[in-house]
Design a protein around this ligand. Structure first.
Ligand code: KIV
Length: 294
């Protein structure tokens, strides 16, 4: 039986009841099938795919076309999850009409339920315009990877009181602009707690401590499938790097030593057909030899 579709009212209800909201990133169909089976509430097709899947050293090279293609694959695998498309760099910063067109593509072409974009007061007008245009928006505060150049690297935010107050005020501004939820990345738990206590919408943490309404992890981080670096807030639930590396090495070893393939990996032929084939091949061989020898 397919599960009940996760919707904004369902997420609001979870928050009201004090039930934690679960969220993971996902970029492909087979992983989406498994996340759907595990019944994760929210799936984010994050522009982190530029780093985890495409091998860039930041999220900036992700394009709208790439994001849409991945979001469609994830939607096919996870019809019940609440699916959020991550607005890539410069897809919403240039102008409000461009932001609406790009957000609309996530909804209409990929079947997303909402979009996410990074920033606080600087994107409040965009959040309001998208909300008016019927696109639900999740805000993203704290460490915002698209601003990596301004932040001077992937660094925790809100670690002094002034900076923390700015994050708390930005959360209020985003909520007032119409955001249905906010993702809070890499801030101390005290900041996560204050933002959550003051908000009337779900606050999801990725490295913002335990007091938020829900938690997000990047799927490649939690599966141990990303080698470049591991943020402090990641808990590894598997070591796929090791599992996959061992499988590749075992395969290469088997092929080199003739242990693969075995008869059970081959398509059988009836003995009578093998005999006939041998006879035909011999005749064919004669023909070839005659042709070659003129
Ligand atoms: O792109 C992404 O996966 C994200 C996370 C870093 C929160 O935005």
């Amino acid at each position: 039986m397919p599960r009940e579709k996760v919707t904004i009212p369902y997420l609001r209800d979870k928050r009201k009841k004090g039930q934690k909201i679960t969220m993971l990133t996902c970029y492909d169909y087979p992983t989406a099938l498994l996340q759907e089976k595990a019944e994760v509430d929210i799936i984010l097709v994050g522009d982190s795919l530029a780093m985890t899947v495409l091998g860039y050293d930041s999220t900036l090279p992700a394009t709208m076309d790439t994001m849409i293609e991945h979001a469609r694959a994830v939607r096919r695998g996870a019809p019940g999850a609440f699916l959020i498309g991550d607005m890539p760099y410069m897809s919403y910063q240039v102008s409000i009409p461009k932001a609406i067109r790009n957000a609309g593509r996530f909804m209409a072409e990929a079947g997303c339920d909402a979009v996410k974009l990074e920033g606080g007061r600087n994107v409040a007008e965009v959040v309001a315009a998208l909300t008016r245009a019927t696109v639900p928006v999740m805000g993203h505060l704290g460490l915002t990877p698209q601003s990596v150049a301004q932040l001077g690297g992937f660094r925790a935010q809100g670690r002094d009181a002034d900076n923390a107050m700015r994050v708390i005020e930005d959360a209020r501004i985003l909520e007032e602009a119409g955001a249905f939820a906010i993702l809070l990345e890499a801030v101390p738990p005290e900041v996560g707690r204050l933002v959550t206590e003051r908000a009337g919408i779900p606050i999801i943490s990725i490295g913002a401590g335990p007091y938020c309404d829900g938690q997000l992890l990047i799927v490649h981080d939690m599966l141990g499938f990303f080698e470049a670096f591991t943020p402090k807030f990641v808990k590894k639930y598997a070591d796929l790097n090791q599992v996959i590396l061992e499988a590749f090495r075992a395969y290469i070893e088997d092929v080199r030593n003739g242990r693969f393939p075995q008869p059970e990996h081959c398509y059988p032929m009836k003995p009578s057909e093998v005999e006939r084939l041998q006879a035909l091949a011999e005749r064919g061989e004669d023909k070839c030899t005659r042709l070659k020898n003129g």
